[in-house]
Design a protein around this ligand. Structure first.
Ligand code: ATP
Ligand code: MG
Ligand code: FE
Length: 356
């Protein structure tokens, strides 16, 4: 089926078109720049940007794919989870298209879509199930067991406070680095921001490994859960110490230590989930997948454990419309009943709720 997918759950307005498992186009525009001075995504600003971007994005996607709207077989849209006002823009646009073109509408789960994108990523082997998925972004940090992308998704664990990307963003701010913090913290850790080119010492500052003590790992409720809020406290302590003592802040060391702590816990728990479930595939998704240290450590530890790691191309890891179209096409292929035209955006949609 030829499916157009719309994503607007956060700050990216994405429109993707797939034909079955073939990706035809993936246009994304982001309002990231407008959030920089606030140090994080401002819902109102994001919604407004979606309203402006969505129309041109739909036209551009069709042009790029060489597809006429009249050729489409279905419309898919992120129904949740995400920012309520932002989601409503995409859902509203999708309904308009579905009604005008008399097409079935599929309101899909953003998290499942992050994994489903692997179905259309053609430079790697396609999605293999069962798999463990590690989703890490500005709003999410989850370990999922995926038996089947449509009807067997289980949340094994999630963050109990900050998301991994959010931790990067908050720590960056404490270190005086601009939003989005992830890329800047990485650069700082490599010594690329202070002009020295000398990588930070990952051991110089000890950052806490949240919920990773032996007792946490023994507790079924904490075994796959994350806590990253202690990291910014630890970073703040270093900043305050430097200010009080009048010493230079070792930004590279702090960034490197922080990054290592986040990555260590993410990777450790992902591999625990794989070992516990006897699943030997891991797939990575979300904007934090851009982190080179995470990719390195995860690749090394997966190889050691005999686990096959799959990392989609970065453009498909961050929020985009292709992932929504991919999941929509899978639902159409399987004969799933479409959503109601009265579909509502569900800002806190559970992950096992793939189709709304
Ligand atoms: P959602 O949570 O709904 O998926 P989002 O917009 O918060 O949406 P993404 O766009 O997928 O998430 O990712 C953005 C996040 O990824 C930001 O928090 C950013 O700091 C982080 N990030 C981007 N590049 C890197 C990197 N190299 N290292 C660490 N974090 C990164
Ligand atoms: Mg984003
Ligand atoms: Fe996302």
């Amino acid at each position: 089926p030829l499916v157009l997918g719309i994503e607007s759950s956060c700050d990216e307005t994405g429109v993707g078109i797939v034909r079955g498992r073939q990706l035809l186009t993936n246009t994304v525009s982001s309002s990231m720049d407008e959030h920089v001075r606030f140090g994080g995504v401002v819902p109102e600003v994001a919604s407004r940007a979606h309203v402006q971007a969505i129309g041109p994005a739909i036209v551009a996607a069709c042009d790029e794919a060489g597809v006429e709207l009249s050729e489409l077989d279905a419309i898919a849209v992120t129904a949740g989870p995400g920012l309520s006002g932002a989601l409503m823009v995409g859902v509203g646009a999708a309904k308009g298209l579905a009604a005008a073109l008399d097409l079935p509408l599929y309101g899909v789960n953003h998290l499942a879509a992050h994994v489903a994108v692997d179905l259309v990523a053609d430079d790697i082997e396609r999605l293999t199930t069962p798999t463990i998925a590690l989703l890490v972004s500005g709003g999410h940090t989850e370990i999922l067991r995926i038996g089947d992308i449509v009807d067997d998704i289980e949340l094994l664990g999630a963050t109990i406070d900050d998301a991994a990307g959010e931790a990067f963003d908050k720590t960056a701010r404490l270190l005086g680095l601009s939003y989005p913090g992830g890329p800047n913290v990485s650069k700082a850790a490599l010594g690329l921001l202070d002009g020295t080119g000398i990588p930070g010492d990952r051991q110089a500052v000890r950052f806490p490994r949240g919920l990773a003590k032996k007792s946490d790992l023994r507790d079924p409720d904490r075994r796959y859960s994350f806590s990253f809020s202690g990291l910014k406290t630890a970073a703040l302590r270093e900043v305050t110490k430097a200010e009080t003592l009048g010493t230079d802040l070792r930004v590279a060391d702090i960034a490197a230590g922080f990054e290592d702590a986040v990555v260590d816990v993410l990777v450790t728990k992902t591999l625990l989930a794989a070992a516990d479930t006897g699943i030997d595939h891991v797939v990575l998704g979300g904007g934090v997948a851009a982190n080179a240290h995470l990719r390195d450590v995860l690749a090394t530890r997966c190889a050691e454990a005999g686990v096959t790691l799959r990392v989609p191309p970065l453009a498909l890891c961050t929020d985009n419309g292709a992932m929504v179209a991919a999941l929509g096409a899978e639902l159409v292929s399987r004969g799933a009943a479409p959503s109601d035209l009265g579909l509502a955006a569900v800002s806190s949609l559970d992950v096992d709720h793939v189709l709304v």
